[in-house]
Design a protein around this ligand. Structure first.
Ligand code: PBG
Length: 325
């Protein structure tokens, strides 16, 4: 026998030397939830191990992430006030804007990325402005641009629109450029499916739609060619980083977008993916650490350059220990 694949599996040193997928802590982004108020660190029951922080305490989450070697966060806000037009989303003193200022003042080295959407801020829970019971795409664009601008004015390093309106990357790019922020990158949730896997997030953020669902703007999970269409549209609108979301059920999509585009590609391993691993581990059915490592690597192997995950700190530890990477 000339060819024996097992030779390269003989010992850990050889196995690690010949690994095909390399990962680093620099590619990890940790989602963080901010809640209006003081002295708050509320456990999120649907996301075991995660908390909603008021801005005065968010430093605790940042310190912790930095200790693990994670220096990038994706911010979500839970406002005290919701209305039809989501006005707290673009309020200069809104919850995310307060959080950005606090983090950038105390930890200027941390890369602060913000989720740009309306669903946490609207009384109806949809990702845009309604006309009747439909989200009005073109009217929503102005609001998204205003949200992105207010985040950047507060000090955000990058904005990440997640609403899935047509044309939003260009609208945000135009506004940022006109206001002197042409250097701020946009990470577009280019390929975002109307997924059941967002359930725990919607509990955490209180952002479930009050009526109907998001299928009029988020993508139908039967579609793969449409993912390329969405990704390429965002490239032409000036996106700097593309994202596919969710990750684990969509590895074919991650691979397809990675092959078609020259932009860095992020994958968002969403709340339901995290919650499923946690729940199965709690029931004694799987080894949490092992499944976390294996699923994270599968996302990189499919072609992701960047991973947004609720396990960012723990994955960084696994990289440090040499179990992955
Ligand atoms: C806001 C947004 C959502 C998520 C990220 N940004 C919720 C949604 O679209 O309903 C989901 C993230 C997760 O499940 O971890 N539109």
């Amino acid at each position: 026998m000339l060819i024996r694949p097992r030779r390269l599996r003989e010992n850990p040193a050889i196995r690690k030397m010949t690994r095909e997928t390399r990962v680093s802590k620099e590619s990890l982004i940790l989602p963080l939830f901010l809640e209006e108020g003081l002295h708050i660190k509320n456990p999120i029951s649907s996301l075991d191990g995660h908390f909603r922080y008021s801005p005065d305490r968010v430093g605790e989450a940042i310190e912790n992430a930095l200790q693990h070697g994670v220096d990038k966060v994706l911010l979500f806000g839970i406002p005290a006030h919701k209305d039809e037009k989501g006005s707290s989303a673009y309020d200069n003193d809104g919850i995310v804007q307060q959080g950005i200022r606090k983090i950038k003042r105390d930890y200027p080295e941390v890369c602060v990325i913000t989720d740009v959407c309306m669903c946490e801020y609207t009384s109806h829970g949809h990702c845009g402005i309604l006309t009747g019971d439909k989200v009005d795409n073109d009217e929503t664009l102005e609001y998204l641009a205003a949200i992105a601008l207010s985040h950047v004015e507060a000090g955000a390093d990058m904005v990440a629109p997640s609403d899935m309106m047509d044309g939003r990357v260009l609208a945000i790019r135009d506004t940022l450029d006109k206001k002197g922020y042409s250097h701020i990158p946009i990470m577009s949730y280019a390929v975002k499916y109307a997924s059941y896997f967002y359930g725990p997030f919607r509990d955490a953020a209180g952002s479930a739609p009050g009526f109907g669902d998001r299928r009029g703007y988020q993508m139908d999970w039967h579609n793969a060619k449409e993912a390329i269409k969405e990704a390429m549209l965002d490239v032409t609108q000036g996106a700097d980083i593309l994202m596919v979301k969710p990750a684990l059920c969509y590895l074919d999509i991650v691979k397809a977008v990675a092959e078609k585009s020259t932009l860095p590609l992020a994958a968002y391993s969403v709340s339901g993916e995290y919650a499923m691993i946690k729940a199965a581990a709690k029931m004694g059915l799987i080894d949490e650490y092992g499944v976390m490592c294996e699923s994270a690597i599968s996302i990189y192997r499919a072609g992701a350059d960047i991973l947004i995950t609720y396990y960012a700190n723990e994955i960084a530890d696994a990289i440090e220990k040499g179990d992955i990477g």
